[in-house]
Design a protein around this ligand. Structure first.
Ligand SMILES: Cc1cc2nc3c(=O)[nH]c(=O)nc-3n(C[C@H](O)[C@H](O)[C@H](O)COP(=O)(O)O)c2cc1C
Length: 195
């Protein structure tokens, strides 16, 4: 067998291994995820979210959000999301088409909230919902830790189920690009595609 020849199965496994590192290692390039949704006016919207958890055998990726945010409402209206990752050192781009849903309240939300760091929890005590117009620039004075409607009550999970993955690795000898389609928790097709 040709040495170092790219192999689709190995690439697929390496994608999920690296995504898992992204979820568990703060300095890994995949810790930051560029999540795209579609707004009600059909404009594409994208923003950074932190990748918090990956479940390889179910092809799930999780982030956290404020339930009052635009992204949470956009996902409720249209679950189709695209997640984008880039590793600058390895020159690898991963684009994941996914169907996302928002989890509000319940045991899973509670246990993730309980295990979150104080600095992460702090974001969820802002009185004004995300994107509200403010009279002055935001400072932490606008947090209200005694407000019982805030904190865990506006803390939600975004769970995204991958159904198509586009992998691109930039190389001097030729860029390697491939696409994986996932259906019913199995990889239905894997193809090399033109970069
Ligand atoms: C480094 C970084 C990490 C962020 N992580 C999150 C996150 O995990 N969840 C989140 O909802 N917003 C996160 N944000 C803020 C979003 O990018 C965005 O500004 C905010 O959530 C409002 O987005 P929306 O109006 O599209 O809902 C992060 C921003 C930065 C710069």
């Amino acid at each position: 067998m040709e040495k170092n020849k790219p192999n689709l199965d190995l690439i697929f496994n390496s994608i999920w291994e690296e995504l898992n590192f992204g979820a568990t290692q703060r300095k890994h390039p995949f810790h930051l995820c560029f999540m795209a949704t579609t707004s009600s006016s059909l404009t594409p919207e994208s923003r950074i979210v932190i990748l918090r958890e990956v479940v390889f055998d179910k092809f799930l990726l999780r982030s956290n959000c404020d339930l009052r945010s635009s992204k949470a409402n956009e996902i409720k209206e249209n679950p189709k999301t695209t997640l984008l990752f880039y590793d600058y050192e390895k020159k690898i781009q991963i684009r994941i088409k996914s169907k996302s849903h928002i989890i509000e309240h319940g045991q899973q939300v509670q246990s993730i909230w309980d295990s979150s760091q104080e600095i992460s929890k702090r974001c969820y005590y802002a009185v004004q919902p995300p994107s509200s117009i403010l009279e002055k620039p935001f400072t932490n004075d606008l947090l209200d830790f005694d407000n019982k409607d805030l904190g865990i009550n506006i803390f939600g999970l975004i769970v995204s189920k991958a159904y198509e993955i586009d992998y691109l690795s930039l190389n001097y000898d030729g860029h390697v690009r491939c696409r994986f389609v996932i259906e019913n928790d199995v990889v239905k097709s894997s193809d090399w595609i033109a970069p």
